[in-house]
Design a protein around this ligand. Sequence first.
Ligand code: ADP
Ligand code: ADP
Ligand code: ZN
Length: 225
Amino acid sequence: MSKTVLILLGAPGAGKGTQAARLAQALGLPHISTGDLFRANLAGGTSLGDRARSFMDQGELVPDELVLEMLFDRVAQEDCQSGYLLDGFPRTIAQAEALEARLEGLVPMVIDIQVPDSDIEQRIVGRRMCKECGAIFHLTFNAPAQEGVCNACSGALYQRKDDTAEVVRTRLEEYHQKTAPLIAFYSERGGVSAVDGRQQPDLVFEACVASIQGSGHGSSHGVNS
Ligand code: ADP
Ligand code: ADP
Ligand code: ZN
């Protein structure tokens, strides 16, 4: 079976995590979120978490060498052998180049979930996450059935410390300056599928699946949408 590496690009709050969870399940690939990996390190009090904390709290990107070490450890694990889905990585050209060197000729499939900046603050400030299972909700756009309680596992919902109107401004600046150039980087390689992220989550999902199938990647894994 050929190996599939799927990259989801998009601004903070564009819907990468929401779609990644569904796509990972449909494709049978592990969902690797560098944001989630960092938050697990913060919660676990590791030295990596300590080194990443101030950058994350301020909405700045964590330095490439910390990200790369953590990510490459993760994708070296057994469950990533036939491929993986990357959410929130790469975020800089240096990260993309390091991944490219590691993939040794394998060209990743890249989807760019597009949402205008004017929609981002509301997405971010209204986001609530489950402490137990990581499920993603929104106070208005995807409200849990019972306030503060996860629909999937009944875990408690919380608001990320960096999900404030103030920090989101820095995160958006970082995105435009350092991450948006990856669209041109991948356009010059295997290409980038643009998906309109303003649609309902179900329609965004369908558009992602269609672009995966159109690329030929879906067939080797069988997309179960
Ligand atoms: P990212 O991982 O790109 O930061 P998330 O998937 O966490 O984005 O989504 C950010 C917020 O926007 C969450 O509260 C989520 O429930 C909400 N959201 C995700 N997709 C959509 C959508 N298509 N329409 C409206 N809200 C959405
Ligand atoms: P969002 O889903 O809102 O885009 P993430 O959960 O992906 O946010 O990331 C949260 C924070 O973790 C980022 O603001 C950044 O500080 C750090 N981070 C996550 N992934 C990376 C990465 N690939 N490179 C640098 N910093 C990262
Ligand atoms: Zn939950």
